[in-house]
Design a protein around this ligand. Structure first.
Ligand SMILES: O=C(O)c1ccccc1N[C@@H]1O[C@H](COP(=O)(O)O)[C@@H](O)[C@H]1O
Length: 211
C-alpha cells in the first residue's frame, strides 16, 4: 500500500519548503493568521514561493476578510485555502472555484460529523478535521478518530490535529480501514514554531510508506 498524501503545515522558511519538495510532500501550508507563532508575515518572499514548483501551496486563514484571502491567493500563488475559523457556507461560496477550498471542523470526535459538514458539501472540495481547543490550531492535540469511522462524509478529508512521529502504529491501523485523503502534520515536527525538523519528517514519511 502506498502512503497517503501528506501536508506539512506552518512553513516559514523557503529553504524548508524546497526540502519538502525533495521529500515528496504533497502540500505545504502557510499560516496567514497574525496571532499564530507560525504566521508567515514577511518571512517568505511571495515571488520566490510562486516560482517554487513540485508542491501544492495551501494558505491557512481564520475568519479573514474574503478580499484578504483573494489577495494572498494571487500574491503567493496559492493552490488551496484552508478555512480554519467560523467561516459560513456563504463565505466559502465567495471563494468557490478560485482554488481548492478546504473547510476545517474543529472537533472532539463526539460530534455527528456528517451532520456538521452537510451545509458545506456544496461549497467545499474537501474537509479537514482538527482538534477543538481554545487556540484555533497548531495545538499538538489529537481528537478521538473513532467518530470518523462511523461518519458517511460527502467530501474527502484531511486528518489533522497533533499527529506526530509516535503515531505510526495508530495511523497504520486507521488508514487500513478508512479512506483518508491526506494527513496534515504540523507542531509535532518542529524544533521551534514554524521551523520543521526535516530528519524527523523524513523518517515519518518513510515509515508511513510501509502502511
Ligand atoms: O499552526 C498554527 O499556529 C495554526 C494557527 C491557526 C490556525 C491553524 C493553525 N494550524 C493548523 O492546525 C492544525 C493542526 O496542527 P497540530 O498538528 O495540532 O500542530 C493543522 O491543520 C494546521 O494547519
Amino acid at each position: 500500500m502506498s502512503r497517503p498524501l501528506v501536508k506539512v503545515c506552518g512553513m516559514t522558511q523557503l529553504q524548508q519548503v524546497a526540502e519538502l519538495v525533495k521529500l515528496g510532500v504533497d502540500y505545504a501550508g502557510f499560516i496567514f493568521y497574525a496571532p499564530s507563532p507560525r504566521y508567515v508575515g514577511t518571512k517568505i518572499d511571495p515571488e520566490a514561493l510562486k516560482l517554487l514548483t513540485g508542491i501544492k501551496k495551501a494558505g491557512v486563514f481564520v475568519n479573514a476578510p474574503v478580499e484578504e484571502v483573494l489577495e494572498k491567493i494571487a500574491t503567493y500563488g496559492l493552490d488551496m485555502v484552508q478555512l480554519h475559523g467560523e467561516e459560513s457556507p456563504e463565505y466559502c461560496s465567495r471563494l468557490q472555484g478560485m482554488v481548492k477550498l478546504v473547510k476545517v471542523f474543529r472537533v472532539t470526535g463526539e460530534e455527528d460529523l456528517a451532520l456538521i459538514t452537510k451545509p458545506y458539501v456544496p461549497v467545499a472540495d474537501a474537509f479537514l478535521f482538527d482538534t477543538k481547543a481554545v487556540a484555533y490550531g497548531g495545538t499538538g492535540k489529537k481528537f478521538d478518530w473513532s467518530g470518523l469511522q462511523k461518519a458517511k462524509l460527502e467530501r474527502p478529508y484531511f486528518l489533522s490535529g497533533g499527529i506526530g512521529p509516535d503515531d505510526i502504529a495508530e495511523l497504520h491501523s486507521f488508514l487500513k480501514n478508512n479512506r483518508v485523503y491526506a494527513l496534515d502534520v504540523n507542531s509535532k515536527f518542529e524544533t521551534a514554531p514554524g521551523i520543521k525538523d526535516m530528519e524527523l519528517l523524513a523518517a515519518f514519511l518513510s515509515k508511513l510508506a510501509t502502511v
